[in-house]
Design a protein around this ligand. Sequence first.
Ligand code: SF4
Length: 262
Amino acid sequence: MNRRERRAAAAGARRGNPAGAPVASPAAELLQQVSEAGQRRAHAIVSAGPSPQTVYDAVDDAAAFGETLQERNPTDPSALACKRGCNHCCHVPVGTSAATVLRIAAALRQKLTAAEWESTVARVAALDDRTHGLPWSPSQRPPLPCAFLVEGACSIYPIRPFVCRAWNSVDAEACRQLVHTEAAPLRFDAFRRASFAGVEKGLNGALRARGLDVADLEFTAAIRVALENADACDRWLAGEPVFAGCEAHRVAEPRHRLPVAE
Ligand code: SF4
């Protein structure tokens, strides 16, 4: 054991961790706790038997849980660079999973007029035609605006994916760099990121325990499937690989990786 390892072991012993095992960061501990609580909540909702409605309810509950955590421990708005009209982060790929995508599609099916529906599906299909299957690297996947970014703002803000809820930054210039480079010097509120990462992880854990596929999906490709197929949720619940080909193609460097879809 070298000097550094002896010091780490001594510090671990003082914290009741005599084996000197790596100590989790506060954000990692929060992620774990929120994930466990989120999994219990989602499990209670879907235990009646997974149906489209219970899946939508579980997604809504996970989002509400994350928002409640934020209300209890709000980020100081003056510390954040995020504001309406700043949308650098809406030009990079979004990772999500089936339940979230299906929930968003169901909400849009209910809410949009026929003309709005048609233009939304057309925007999503046009973006997917350009980006489908491309690796998530600025050199291989050009930065393009999300299909739900309308007049500079998110048009599905109340039902947006968890990774979008989790996103925050104290430096808009770093976000601008993120669109074009692999190594942007991002700084953020770890509590917000860990909260929403945790609730999605818990949700996915409960759905996985029910035998459902919670693979890491690329949002544009997956929402296209959910919008174009009214029976997508029933088929997903029946175990059909409805989202085959929509998998996220993350690059090795984890610049987009919030610890969300595990
Ligand atoms: S869903 Fe909304 S917040 Fe997320 S990338 Fe698209 S426009 Fe931005």
